[in-house]
Design a protein around this ligand. Structure first.
Ligand code: HEC
Length: 276
C-alpha cells in the first residue's frame, strides 16, 4: 500500500517537473542573449558525461605559463563551444566570454576574439613527470599545477595581451557586455569615469563591485566600500604597491601610477554611493 502511494507521489512530481521545465523552455526562445539568463559551460560536468570531444595533441610555441615550447593532450575548445551553444542565438559582438578558475579568478575577453582563434583545453602535459598530469608551475614561490584545464591557442602569439590563457579553468560563462558595463558605469560623473576605465582593465578580473567581477580578491564595494574603512592616502598607496603593506600579498603590483590609483579611488568613492 505504502509503495503505491509513494509511486503515485513520484509520478506527480515527475509530471509537475516535466510541465515546469517545458514552460521554462518556451520562455527562453527569445533569441537575444542580453535578456537571457547567464549562459555557462560547466567543463567538469561535460567531462563527466564524456562530452568534451576528441583528444588531440597540440604544440604551443613559447607557452606563456612555462615560457618554452610545450605539448599538451587537449580537446578542441572552439568545437566544444560550438557543439554546446547555439551561436545563432547569441549577439556575438555584445558578449564576453568569462573563464572561471578554481580560485575565483575570472579573466574575460570579447567572445568575438575567442571565436576567431584556434583554442584548446589542455588536460595533460605530454612532458609531465610520471605520476603527474603537469610539469609544475612556480608562481610567487608556490608550486601549482594547471588542473583540470589550461586554455591555450595554436593560432595566437602569447604576446597578444587581448587573449587570456587561464589555467585551473572549470567553467566558461557568457555575459552581455552591456549588462556588466551598465551596472558599474558612473554615467553622470566624468571624473569617476576615468577610474572606471582603469578598473575594468586592471582590477575586475579579481575584484567584484556590487557582486559583478572576479572573486580571487575581496569585493570592494558591498556591504562596505574599501573607501569607508581605508584612509584615502593609504588606499592609493596600497593599489600602487600592495606588497609594501602586506607580507606574502596575493595581489600583484600592476604598474599603476599614483595618479591612476587616485582616479580608481575616486571611482570607488563614487560607487560607495551606488551600492546594490
Ligand atoms: C590577480 C588578482 C588581483 C588583481 C588584478 C587586483 N587585485 Fe586587489 N587584491 C587581490 C587579493 C587576492 C587581495 C587580498 C589581499 C591579498 O593580496 O592577499 C586584494 C586586495 C585588495 C584591496 C584590499 C581590500 C581590503 O579590504 O583589505 C584593495 C583595495 C584592492 N585589492 C584593490 C585593487 C585594485 C584597485 C585593483 C586594480 C588596480 C586590484 N586590486 C587588482 C587580488 C587582485
Amino acid at each position: 500500500m505504502k509503495t503505491v502511494k509513494i509511486n503515485f507521489l513520484v509520478s506527480c512530481l515527475f509530471i509537475f517537473c516535466f510541465l515546469s521545465c517545458n514552460q521554462q523552455k518556451d520562455q527562453k526562445i527569445k533569441p537575444i542573449v542580453n535578456t537571457q539568463p547567464e549562459m555557462e559551460l560547466d567543463l567538469l560536468a561535460l567531462q563527466a558525461k564524456n562530452k568534451l570531444g576528441k583528444d588531440t595533441v597540440v604544440t604551443i610555441v613559447n607557452d606563456p605559463v612555462y615560457h618554452k615550447t610545450k605539448k599538451y593532450h587537449a580537446v578542441n575548445a572552439l568545437l566544444l563551444l560550438k557543439n554546446e551553444i547555439d551561436l545563432s542565438k547569441v549577439n556575438i559582438k555584445n558578449t564576453l566570454i568569462v573563464f572561471e578558475c578554481i580560485d575565483g579568478y575570472k579573466p574575460e575577453m570579447p567572445l568575438e576574439l575567442f571565436l576567431n582563434a584556434k583554442s584548446y583545453l589542455a588536460f595533460k602535459d605530454v612532458d609531465a613527470p610520471k605520476g603527474s598530469n603537469w610539469e609544475k608551475i612556480i608562481k610567487n614561490g608556490n608550486e601549482m599545477n594547471a588542473d583540470p584545464f589550461y586554455l591555450v591557442y595554436t593560432s595566437v602569439s602569447s604576446d597578444n595581451q587581448e587573449y587570456k590563457w587561464p589555467y585551473n579553468v572549470i567553467k566558461f560563462h557568457f555575459v552581455s557586455k552591456n549588462k556588466n558595463i551598465e551596472a558599474l558605469q558612473p554615467k553622470d560623473d566624468k571624473k569617476a569615469m576615468k577610474g572606471f576605465v582603469l578598473f575594468q582593465k586592471q582590477c575586475i578580473t579579481c575584484h567584484a563591485i556590487n557582486g559583478i567581477g572576479g572573486e580571487m580578491g575581496p569585493e570592494l564595494n558591498y556591504p562596505k566600500s574599501v573607501t569607508e574603512y581605508w584612509k584615502e592616502s593609504e588606499l592609493i598607496d596600497y593599489i600602487v604597491n600592495p606588497a609594501s603593506f602586506r607580507h606574502k600579498v596575493k595581489m600583484p603590483t600592476l604598474g599603476i601610477t599614483k595618479q591612476q590609483s587616485q582616479q580608481i579611488v575616486d571611482y570607488l568613492k563614487y560607487m560607495s554611493k551606488n551600492k546594490i
